[in-house]
Design a binder for this molecule. Structure first.
Ligand code: IMP
Ligand code: MG
Length: 195
């Protein structure tokens, strides 16, 4: 689908910094990521994709269309940044009750790996359900040299620096998810001085 250019999001322009990863780069990377996943899951009977809402919505929609595998799509809601906080707050996971993961191949898809709190908690919960196999995949792998023991994802789209990003599903205060590119947020929006 063709989207408006980032500079056509006029109402948001003062709040958005530069484009960090363009929609074109995302598209190209998703092709390669999908090829990797297809290769790894070839011959498996059925995959359960567990999407972490809300941030992974666009990523999941674009990635699974590139995966010609037999799969079911399930969703779990996670929120670790209540309101406008940009440091991980208390993690909240809303897990489906009726989900049977026993003996299944589970692929967890999330928008970004930051502290790893969300993905580690979810992966541990999935492991407690006796799946055959569980892997994790994120669009963005944020660099956190301050957390040397952070979990790593099995698959990721892009490695980024420690900066806060929005767009392509990622939010700040629940805004900016509809931007077609991954963008830096204008630091003034977060009450910081521009560096
Ligand atoms: P973690 O639990 O610290 O790894 O954080 C994961 C969650 O925090 C993600 O699923 C996002 O919703 C949110 N998050 C972390 N970094 C960013 C960012 O740069 N922009 C927007 N959301 C972020
Ligand atoms: Mg979020």
């Amino acid at each position: 689908m063709d989207c408006p250019n980032a500079n056509q999001f006029d109402a948001l322009a003062p709040e958005i910094g530069r484009v960090l990863i363009s929609r074109k780069e995302i598209r190209a990377r998703l092709e390669a990521l999908a090829a990797e996943i297809i290769r790894d899951y070839a011959g498996r009977q059925e995959l359960i994709v567990l999407a972490v809402l809300t941030g992974s919505l666009l990523f999941v929609a674009d990635l699974i269309r590139r995966l010609p595998l037999r799969m079911r799509l399930e969703m779990v809601r996670a929120s670790s940044y209540p309101g406008k906080a940009t440091r991980a707050g208390a993690l909240r996971l809303d897990l489906p009750d009726s989900l049977n993961l026993s003996g299944r191949d589970v692929l967890i898809l999330d928008d970004i790996l930051d502290s790893g709190q969300t993905l580690a908690a979810l992966r541990d919960w999935v492991r407690s359900q006796a799946p055959s196999n569980v892997r994790t995949c994120v669009l963005l792998n944020k660099s956190r040299p301050d957390l040397p023991d952070r979990m790593s994802a099995d698959y990721w789209g892009f490695e980024i620096g420690p900066e806060f990003v929005v767009g392509y599903g990622l939010d700040y205060g629940d805004l900016y998810r509809n931007l077609p590119d991954v963008c830096l947020l204008n630091p003034r929006v977060r009450g910081e001085r521009p560096s």
